[in-house]
Design a protein around this ligand. Structure first.
Ligand code: CTP
Length: 408
């Protein structure tokens, strides 16, 4: 459980911060809401108090004996500002301390994550760009806003990211100072990262398929992490059950053969390619063009052919400097066996990095958490555990390190 200060600035997206607050409290965190005076015009004190289980703190002069303007920032493990308006970004960048929230920002030594929300013109204005650059240079994580419908009829970049995206990135920043620094410095800016996610489905007839239970959460977490570190991201999504994160270019596919061609197209010119999808290894040779009917009590025999190995194909055709990352879920009795299986698979696939998962203990599919070993041709280079977003950041760091080394 962590102590989180949730700062809320005065924008209509304040209502979405209620959902973020709920996510934090349901995950067991202790949240103090610090709304600005304008935020309280959008969502009142009662809502924040009821959802957080404690009174809001919004006035520098209230409860002066508690020295809230210093205490809240000092004691916090994480400060999240959602929405961060253009005005809040400007006040934070210039070091103002004209209300309780800006006081908290000046006294906090923990990770600070800001989720901007404003009209597109305000987000793209040179003044806001400069304020964001200043904040990032000081280590503040300023998330990339989503694109889409704004308050009026207009659309464009400036929407508050979805509460689950803010939560995932904020908790990843809380998990590791290195991850917070990577997001703040936009360390993947200028890189194109291609990620596949989900499970492919091979049709048996127009309404039935052979598939697997991959949820796509790991690939989505990788896409979210890469976009928040400044990369241009393409997500090739095979039957992914969750929303793609904001700022990601999504290509939807169904079968392994569609996945193979979408990945081949997307990977040309990419710097990092991650095969987090679970492609079906077999496909029916002759799917029925009409719905298969029962005939008496006869069973059904289907002839399957092997599909293409997408990862091996990408690795074989990889341009110089590109890092191709594969995943392997193995059932191993111990780490030595896991590494042996992984080493053989890494060599067989020809990839530069393999993310190794031991699935013998239970299901990974659909779970929020993950535990992996990172294997390079030189051996185990790292291990990661935690939420899929936390693990995703570590995988990207390892891949970016390899990319930098090969580019030298
Ligand atoms: N993969 C792929 N194309 C396939 C099957 C798998 O690109 N047709 C990729 C997966 O996305 C993953 C990696 O290969 O990154 C390892 O997947 P896994 O199922 O462990 O590989 P298989 O080759 O199917 O190995 P096994 O023989 O152990 O099933």
């Amino acid at each position: 459980m962590s102590r989180i200060v949730l700062g809320v600035a005065g924008g209509i997206a304040a209502y979405k911060a209620c959902l973020l607050l709920r996510r934090f409290t349901e995950a067991g965190h202790d949240v103090q809401v610090v709304p600005t005076a304008n935020a309280l015009s959008f969502v009142g004190e009662t809502t924040w108090a009821a959802l957080s289980g404690r009174p809001v703190a919004s006035d520098v002069m209230a409860d002066a004996h508690l020295v809230n303007h210093v205490r809240l920032g000092r004691e916090a493990d994480l400060v999240v500002v959602a929405p961060a308006t253009a005005d809040l970004l400007a006040r934070a960048a210039s070091g103002r301390a004209d209300d309780l929230l800006t006081n908290v920002l000046l006294t906090a030594t923990c990770p600070v994550v800001m989720a901007p929300a404003m009209h597109t013109e305000m987000w793209q204005h040179a003044a806001t760009r400069a304020n964001v650059a200043t904040l990032r240079s000081r280590g503040v994580v300023v998330l990339r806003p989503a694109e889409g419908r704004l308050t009026g009829p207009d659309t464009g970049p400036g929407r508050l990211p979805e509460p689950e995206d803010i939560e995932a990135s904020a908790l990843a920043a809380l998990d590791s100072p290195a991850t917070a620094a990577a997001m703040a410095s936009q360390d993947l800016a200028g890189l194109h990262v291609v990620v596949s996610a989900g499970g492919t489905r091979e049709p048996l007839d127009p309404v039935r398929f052979v598939g697997n239970s991959s949820s796509g959460l790991m690939g989505v977490a990788l896409a979210r992490a890469a976009v928040q570190r400044g990369a241009a991201v393409t997500l090739v999504a095979a039957n992914v059950a969750v929303e793609a994160p904001a700022g990601v270019d999504v290509v939807r596919v169904g079968t392994t053969s569609e996945l193979a061609s979408a990945m081949t197209d997307a990977a040309a010119g990419a710097h990092i390619v991650v095969m987090a999808a679970a492609p079906a290894d077999f496909t029916p040779v002759s799917p029925s063009p009409t719905k298969l009917k029962k005939s008496g009590d006869a069973g059904l025999s289907v002839e399957f052919a092997q599909t293409t190995d997408v990862l091996a194909g990408l690795a074989a055709r990889r341009p110089a400097g590109q890092v191709v990352v594969g995943f392997a879920a193995e059932t191993a009795v111990d780490e030595a066996e896991l590494v042996a299986l992984g080493t053989a698979k890494l060599a067989r696939k020809g990839c530069q990095l393999l993310v190794l998962n031991n699935v013998s203990g239970g299901a990974v599919f659909g779970a929020a958490d993950n535990q992996v070993l990172l294997l390079a041709p030189s051996g185990v280079t790292g291990r990661a555990a935690g939420s899929k977003t936390v693990v995703a950041h570590q995988i990207l760091t390892a891949a970016a390190d390899q990319h930098e080394r090969t580019a030298e």
